[in-house]
Write a protein that binds this ligand. Structure first.
Ligand SMILES: [Zn+2]
Length: 131
């Protein structure tokens, strides 16, 4: 058990260092048996985040008023701890709060998304895009 944890930690740390060098987009699309599904990838371990309640979003810097910054998406726990060790001075938010704000800021709403869900359910495509 301990060896597995150490190996897992080493793999995460390796991914963490690679992520720091590459800084690539972390919202991706995965081919899920012929269906394409959007996923948010953890910037530390490189795995998909599949539970927003167990994830966080970290700003890459503190931008001035009117300026923007990139963000990092991380699993809470080990991944967030590694990110916090590197960027502890930077603000972070709960993934759920970040996604709610994102929905509003792209001009959508939870009500609109519910309408889309219901329309998809009516034609039997409610699971398209899910992993
Ligand atoms: Zn992770």
């Amino acid at each position: 058990m301990y060896v597995e944890l150490v190996e897992d930690y080493e793999n995460i740390f390796l991914n963490f260092n690679q992520t720091l060098r590459v800084q690539k987009a972390m919202i991706k699309t995965i081919n899920n048996d012929g269906m394409y599904a959007p996923v948010i990838i953890c910037d530390i371990c490189g795995k998909a985040i599949d539970n927003a309640s167990l994830a966080a979003v970290i700003d890459c810097e503190r931008p001035n008023v009117g300026e923007m910054t990139e963000v990092r998406h991380v699993h809470k726990g080990k991944c967030h701890d590694l990110a916090d060790a590197r960027w502890s001075e930077l603000p972070w938010a709960e993934m759920d709060v970040h996604l709610l704000n994102l929905i509003n800021n792209v001009g959508s709403s939870l009500e609109k998304l519910q309408e889309v869900r219901e329309a998809r359910n009516k034609v039997g495509i409610e699971n398209w895009g899910k992993i």
